[in-house]
Design a protein around this ligand. Structure first.
Ligand code: THU
Length: 136
């Protein structure tokens, strides 16, 4: 399992909390922030952006991946933090697990934050076993 330093998690948590403040979630009233760290140390963030046509809404993790591509290129994701708005941990939805897997190795680590509690970090391939990959 890839080991991520506590100081790295702290930076990611702070970035995800900041990102969540920009969430646009008037329909669900469930703001989410996500922060992604890639090799080299860059961090990209995202927040959920909902739409009156509900299926058009975008998750925080998907926004962070798009932001990553435009700010730092398609680098390999090492660690992800997701913070929602409840006292339960928020984990990436199924679609976002697949989106993350496009740019992350199976041992990329994902952590969720609820209030001041941190989950144990889990491997991406634990969240999404047998991710779809194109035939190589
Ligand atoms: N949401 C995320 O942004 N990320 C997740 O991992 C789960 C759900 C958003 C979608 C919607 O805007 C709101 O949370 C409620 O489902």
């Amino acid at each position: 399992m890839a080991t991520i330093d506590t100081s790295v998690w702290e930076r990611l948590v702070a970035a995800a909390v900041k990102a969540r403040a920009h969430a646009y979630a008037p329909y669900s009233k469930f703001p989410v922030g996500a922060a992604i760290r890639v090799e080299g140390g860059h961090i990209a963030v995202g927040c959920n952006v909902e739409n009156v046509s509900f299926p058009c809404g975008q998750c925080a993790e998907a926004g962070a991946v798009a932001n990553l591509a435009v700010t730092h290129g398609r680098r390999s994701i090492q660690a992800v933090v997701v913070i929602g708005a409840s006292d339960r941990f928020t984990w990436p939805c199924g679609q976002c697990r697949q989106i993350l897997a496009e740019f992350a190795p199976p041992d990329a680590m994902v952590m969720s934050v609820a209030g001041d509690r941190w989950s144990d970090p889990v491997r991406l391939d634990e969240l999404l076993p047998h991710a779809f990959k194109a035939v190589e």
